[in-house]
Each structure stands twice: as structure tokens, then as C-alpha cells.
Design a protein around this ligand. Structure first.
Ligand SMILES: [Zn+2]
Ligand SMILES: [Zn+2]
Length: 124
């Protein structure tokens, strides 16, 4: 018997209460509807505010190191962000456990907290 994913966390977007989308073992931080809206496939549902702002939230060095992304110098970097689960648990999909980070901060934070050790981040 395979393991059945019988618990699905909620979409992190404000005002959205759908269960998150997942493909196999990977769980997205948002639901399928918001995921598509994020790519411009359709509009967000009425009353839903996207969690992502397109900018790294480590601009105040809250992770203990400065963000290397300078949005004034690199405006193309706006929108290139990733959602980090602070405790490394993708099932703990609540606002207090998620941060929007640029890829550089995400990687550094992951190395510092040990997220990259072991199988959890086996590519992709
Ligand atoms: Zn959603
Ligand atoms: Zn950053």
C-alpha cells in the first residue's frame, strides 16, 4: 500500500482557503488556481491577495546576513523569488512559517539551517 497524502495544507495567499496543489511528493505553497494566476493564466479569485510581492523579504537582514540582491541595480530580479518554509516542513504551510526569498538568500538560508543536507532538496 502506498502512502496516501490525506493532509493537504491551505494555500498561503491571503483570503484563499483552497487546499494546496501537489504533484506527487512535491507540495506547492499555493493552490492550483493561485499558481496559474501567478503566471497570468487567469485572475486571482475575488478577495484573494497574493502572498508573493516579487521581492526578497531578507532586505532587512532578518536572516542574519544581508540580501545580495539590489533591486535598484537589478530591476529584472523583481519577481524572481522563492517561497521558503522556515522550519523546512512543506506541510507547515502557514504564514508564520513561510518567507519570500530571492534564490540567493533561499540557498544560503538552506545551507545554514541544514535544509540542503540529505534528501529533502534532491534537485528541483
Ligand atoms: Zn489559492
Ligand atoms: Zn535576498
Amino acid at each position: 500500500m502506498g502512502q496516501v497524502l490525506n493532509f493537504r495544507p491551505q494555500c498561503i495567499n491571503y483570503g484563499c482557503h483552497r487546499a494546496v496543489a501537489h504533484s506527487g511528493a512535491r507540495v506547492r505553497p499555493v493552490c492550483g488556481h493561485c499558481h496559474k494566476a501567478g503566471y497570468g493564466a487567469h485572475a486571482y479569485s475575488f478577495g484573494v491577495m497574493p502572498f508573493r510581492t516579487g521581492r526578497c523579504t531578507n532586505d532587512n537582514s532578518q536572516l542574519g546576513f544581508p540580501c545580495p540582491t539590489n533591486y535598484k541595480r537589478a530591476p529584472w530580479a523583481v519577481g524572481v523569488t522563492e517561497i521558503d518554509h522556515i522550519d523546512g516542513n512543506h506541510m507547515n504551510n502557514v504564514l508564520s512559517n513561510v518567507m519570500e526569498l530571492c534564490p540567493m538568500c533561499h540557498k544560503k538560508k538552506g545551507m545554514m539551517s541544514g535544509d540542503y543536507v540529505g534528501f529533502r532538496y534532491a534537485r528541483g
